[in-house]
Write a protein that binds this ligand. Structure first.
Ligand SMILES: Nc1nc2c(ncn2[C@@H]2O[C@H](COP(=O)(O)OP(=O)(O)OP(=O)(O)O)[C@@H](O)[C@H]2O)c(=O)[nH]1
Ligand SMILES: [Mg+2]
Length: 213
């Protein structure tokens, strides 16, 4: 069992140890048995969910990232830790992808919502927000849904390398103020970059903290 002292170092070790792709679940009935905690990466299409999974796990091609929105179409599971398995990361399809065929968007929305609302072992959802764009109404809808379902979530800014530090601070301030009005939102907003590695140690620590809760 993992002890909670020196969490950053424990998180660092865990994320540089064995991490294995487990499965892709196109529907809820394909989810693995709920035996360990899960941490889900949610967010608008193209926000950088798959890239952040790769960056946080120090691996290049664990999750499939691409410039084409709508890349991730199923719930992709990754086992963190091997003997013992400690927790699972879940890469999700993006929401708010208007260009995709309507029935596909609908199917993803049901999959995302049903998973986020109903998964007992989901310890925390990470709601990724593009640092260049800030919160959009679709993000607010997801936040509201998580509030209503009492699922605790962390707002994570992605692509921080794409904005100037002053602009990033401004965006953080705005998002912090808005997050304060959401009961299930964690007060700490995490700025990250999969390109430069900024914010990754903090994200690893936040994930492990959520897992151990
Ligand atoms: N500059 C920069 N580009 C990034 C960063 N993270 C992701 N990207 C780019 O953004 C694009 C989308 O990244 P993905 O990780 O595939 O995004 P996603 O959220 O998984 O997208 P879907 O699976 O389609 O929902 C890719 O071209 C990435 O290279 C980042 O931190 N900095
Ligand atoms: Mg993806």
């Amino acid at each position: 069992m993992i002890e909670t002292d020196d969490l950053p170092e424990r998180a660092r070790k865990l994320f540089s140890g064995p991490i294995d792709f487990l499965k892709s679940a196109p529907q809820l009935q394909h989810l693995p048995d709920p035996t360990v905690p899960e941490i889900a990466f949610a967010g608008r299409s193209n926000v950088g969910k798959s890239s952040l999974i790769n960056a946080v796990t120090n691996r290049n091609k664990l999750a499939r990232a691409s410039n084409t929105p709508g890349r991730t179409q199923e719930l992709n599971y990754f086992d963190v830790g091997r003997d013992p398995l400690v927790f699972r990361l879940v890469d999700m399809p993006g929401y708010g992808f208007a260009e995709a065929p309507k029935d596909m968007v609908k199917r993803w929305r049901f999959l995302i919502n049903d998973y986020l609302r109903g998964r007992q072992v989901l310890k925390r959802a990470l709601v990724l927000i593009d640092a260049r764009h800030g919160l959009k109404d679709v993000d607010r809808d997801v936040m509201k849904m998580l509030d209503d379902a009492a699922v605790s979530y962390h707002l994570v800014l992605t692509k921080a390398d794409k904005v100037k530090p002053t602009e990033l601070d401004k965006t953080l301030e705005i998002i912090r103020a808005e997050a304060a009005k959401h009961p299930a939102a964690h007060p700490l907003i995490l700025p990250t970059s999969s390109e430069t590695g900024a914010g990754l140690p903090e994200l690893r620590t936040a994930i492990l903290e959520a897992v151990l809760q």
